[in-house]
Ligand binder design. Structure first.
Ligand code: NAD
Length: 241
């Protein structure tokens, strides 16, 4: 039996009621958004770790904003893929995402915990106020009315997660009887450590072996858009949702 068939069989047998979906950059790869560690992860030869830090922003906010504006454009032009849309068909699932692209919401999911913020949110570095901004900026770096710089409303390497987000995600995963782990390398902490909290069945979808593969009950070597829809069908069928 293939890994996918075994996972579907386990879903039919266990009839999971509390489903959590934990996602990383790989769930959006088939929407055309590069992951940080895969092909297309470099921008002008910079690695994400060289740009997504408070130190890089303090040194050169214009450069960091140029990179974000490029990513914001890619994401604006992208569409949710079959994996985002399948996840949104699960009526009671909680989506815990490391992604900042907002594609789960655009795909129709409603119960989403964004661990790393959202690339279409701005935060004033002086006042700490947050504002939504989807469209391209007329000039960079964008500034608040108070004159101070805006920064992207995302969590950078070395920063704390938004207050309460990690705790809420941990609670949901602890109580889950099924955890789908989709498209994450499992190396960015503390998010990656959440997977170990699941006492129920865990199913990974990732074409590559990740740092989490060996700790999941099933590891399906397939892309998110291929393997997520049949798993969602199996969950809906098993629970008559
Ligand atoms: P990562 O770049 O470290 O790893 C991506 C993982 O996705 C890899 O294991 C890769 O094998 C897998 N993958 C690639 N294509 C896939 C596909 N089609 N289907 C399923 N899996 C696929 O990403 P990460 O673990 O999320 O950690 C990087 C950090 O950077 C996170 O905070 C992440 O949210 C952020 N990031 C976000 C975006 C986004 O919002 N779209 C994009 C890049 C990075």
């Amino acid at each position: 039996m293939s890994d996918l068939a075994e996972a579907i069989e386990a879903i039919s047998r266990t009839k999971p009621q509390r489903v959590v979906v934990f996602t990383g950059a790989g769930v959006s790869a088939e929407s055309g958004i590069p992951t940080f560690r895969g092909a297309g992860g470099l921008w002008r030869n910079y690695r994400a770790e060289d740009l997504a830090t408070p130190e890089a922003f303090a040194r050169d906010p214009f450069l960091v904003w140029q990179w974000y504006e490029w990513r914001r454009g890619l994401i604006r032009d992208a569409q949710p893929n079959a994996a985002h849309r399948a996840v949104a068909r699960l009526p009671n699932a909680v989506v815990v995402t490391q992604n900042v692209d907002g594609l789960h919401a655009r795909g129709g999911a409603t119960n989403i915990i964004e661990l790393h913020g959202n690339i279409f949110r701005l935060r004033c570095v002086r006042e700490g106020t947050e504002h939504d901004a989807f469209d391209a900026f007329e000039s960079l770096p964008p500034r608040c009315k108070c004159g101070a710089l805006f920064r992207p409303g995302v969590v950078w390497f070395g920063e704390m997660l938004p207050a309460g987000a990690l705790e809420r995600a941990a609670e949901e995963i602890r109580n889950a009887d099924l955890l789908l782990v989709i498209g994450t390398s499992g190396v960015v902490q503390p998010a990656a450590s959440l997977v170990a909290l699941c006492g129920g069945t865990s199913i990974e979808i990732n074409p590559q072996t990740s740092a989490l593969s060996s700790s999941c009950t099933y590891a399906i070597a397939a892309s998110a858009a291929e393997a997520t829809p049949p798993l969602v069908d199996a969950i809906l069928e098993a629970t008559n949702a």
